[in-house]
Design a protein around this ligand. Structure first.
Ligand code: TXA
Ligand code: MG
Length: 353
């Protein structure tokens, strides 16, 4: 299969060529084909959410186990009702506050949603993204687009179209290139099917923001850093996702101590002839002696690290790093999601200094 890439920006969005391309992409989806597209979180690998054959194709293209359910993307609030048994009041409030945006809600599914899309579960994950290209594509596709992140299973989610091409070229009909994903980490997932709403995956919409709307909110114990032994509730969170090829270790503590310790570890790596990398911040990037040093941005701005993390992990793969040492990030705001992904990439290998 030949993959066509179409670049879309705010400049060309309203031209005839681009509008036609999005219509064509919608037609591909309605016909059972696959199209990768930008969202504000990460790129998605889209198929028709109501077509079991499309779900099978998505799993095959990603090399993903088919018990790992997909998120159904919609573009209008009215399209939610047919997907679910009921819309709880909690969902209405969250929808008003955060949709369109980086929040996925788990609800009880209706018969309209095929089991293939939900990995056999009786619940369905739904999200209305805010990215304009995503919204136009969903509309053109008939309203329901199932989309996991557009990476080969086990690799970091793509934040740029070139990473989608690397992973999925020849496996999807079309890639819509909308530039860099502005958030850079996957959506927050909240399960609304239980008595108390539960966060299954941290993201840009934080626990604080959610409890501001809902009152009591819990976080799945299986995703907390200190409980790596408990199985997470979202099937996808149990896999060792976001795994770089190199061995990744996080070093946490006061800045001076962290820099000192990472430099020590770098020396040991060099003695062994290993190619080493560091994930630093703007303030510390000049203080390491390593082959590959990358800054995740301003330490005071966790959203910088969120946006850059997956790109950095992919670059280390390309540059064939053997070992990576990363500074830890503050867990405030989206920092919690950054640390959640980083810990997974590190296989929970963290050193306190
Ligand atoms: O930001 C995002 O959410 C991106 C963009 C493309 O929208 N999508 C994304 O999809 O991250 P994916 O498939 O890579 O991650 C979906 C996660 C998985 O961990 C999956 O197990 C969980 O959502 N999930 C989906 N349906 C679920 C359900 N019914 N119950 C529990 N977890 C569910
Ligand atoms: Mg994913």
């Amino acid at each position: 299969m030949r993959t066509e890439t179409v670049k879309i920006s705010d400049k060309n969005r309203n031209t005839r060529t681009i509008r036609d391309a999005v219509e064509r992409a919608g037609k591909i989806l309605r016909g059972g084909g696959l199209v990768a597209f930008p969202t504000e979180t990460v790129y998605g690998l889209g198929g028709d959410a109501l077509n079991p054959e499309s779900a099978r194709k998505i799993y095959a293209a990603k090399g993903r186990p088919s018990d790992n359910p997909l998120i159904v993307h919609i573009c209008r609030w009215e399209d939610l009702a047919p997907l679910v048994k009921e819309i709880p009041e909690t969902a209405e409030r969250l929808g008003k506050a955060f949709w369109p945006g980086p929040l996925t809600m788990i609800l009880k599914k209706s018969d309209m949603v095929p089991k293939e899309t939900t990995g056999g579960l009786s619940t369905v994950a739904v999200r209305m993204p805010s990215d304009r290209t995503a919204l136009s594509l969903i509309r053109a596709a008939g309203g329901y687009v199932a989309a996991p992140s557009a990476n080969i299973s086990g690799r970091p989610s793509p934040t740029l179209a070139k990473y989608v091409e690397e992973d999925l070229s020849g496996r999807v009909e079309m890639i819509l290139d909308g530039g860099q994903a502005c958030i850079g980490l996957e959506s927050t997932i909240i399960d609304l099917t239980e008595e108390t709403p539960m966060i299954l995956r941290p993201g840009y919409i934080t626990e604080e923001m959610l409890s501001g709307i809902l009152g009591k909110v819990e976080t799945d114990k299986g995703i907390m850093p200190e409980s790596s032994g408990i199985a997470p509730k979202a099937p996808g969170m149990k896999y060792r996702h976001y795994a770089p090829k190199a061995d990744l270790t996080i070093v946490s503590g006061e800045e001076e101590a962290v820099v000192r310790r990472i430099n020590e570890l770098l020396m040991k790596a060099e003695e062994k002839g290993l190619r080493s990398g560091v994930i630093a911040t703007d303030a510390t990037v000049g203080r390491y002696q390593a082959t590959l040093i990358k800054s995740a941005g301003n330490r005071q701005k966790e959203e910088d690290a969120a946006r850059e993390l997956y790109r950095i992990l992919r670059e280390f793969d390309e540059e064939k790093a053997d070992v990576i040492y990363s500074e830890a990030f503050d867990e405030s705001g989206i920092g919690q999601a950054v640390m959640n992904r980083l810990l997974k990439a590190a296989g929970h290998h963290i050193e306190e200094v």
